[in-house]
Design a binder for this molecule. Structure first.
Ligand code: HEM
Length: 88
């Protein structure tokens, strides 16, 4: 299943850093979090700290127990292209 996922380059991820077009990389998966922003219990600004980046450390520092894979399964865009590194 994972093999079918779209491979996102760090430079493409980085372009999606606006409130109306926001992607975030969490634990190797890229999510389009735009529709979730208004529902984030931590607020829009907090989530936007991870916009267009590898937000894994930010995410884990605050709530590593949150099941992002399940919560945002419908927002999954793909995975970061292997061998590349996104900005943190
Ligand atoms: C709270 C989901 C990303 C900062 C929460 C809560 C959920 C959630 C469910 C409530 C947790 C609880 O009360 O146990 C998500 C999801 C994310 C995400 C699905 C995936 C994109 C982030 C990022 C940050 C962040 C990148 C940046 C640091 C916070 C903060 C709270 C919070 C500060 C605490 C709010 C409070 O209790 O006052 N988030 N979050 N979140 N989130 Fe996120």
């Amino acid at each position: 299943t994972n093999g079918q996922l779209y491979e996102v380059l760090p430079e493409e991820l980085a372009k999606h850093n606006k409130v109306d077009d926001c992607w975030a990389l969490i634990k190797g998966h890229v999510y389009n979090v735009t529709p979730y922003l208004d529902y984030h219990p931590g607020g829009v600004d907090e989530l936007m700290r991870g916009a267009g980046k590898d937000a894994t450390d930010l995410f884990n520092d605050v709530h590593r127990w949150v099941n992002v894979e399940s919560m945002l399964s419908k927002c999954l865009v793909g995975r970061l292209k292997s061998g590349t590194i996104a900005e943190k």
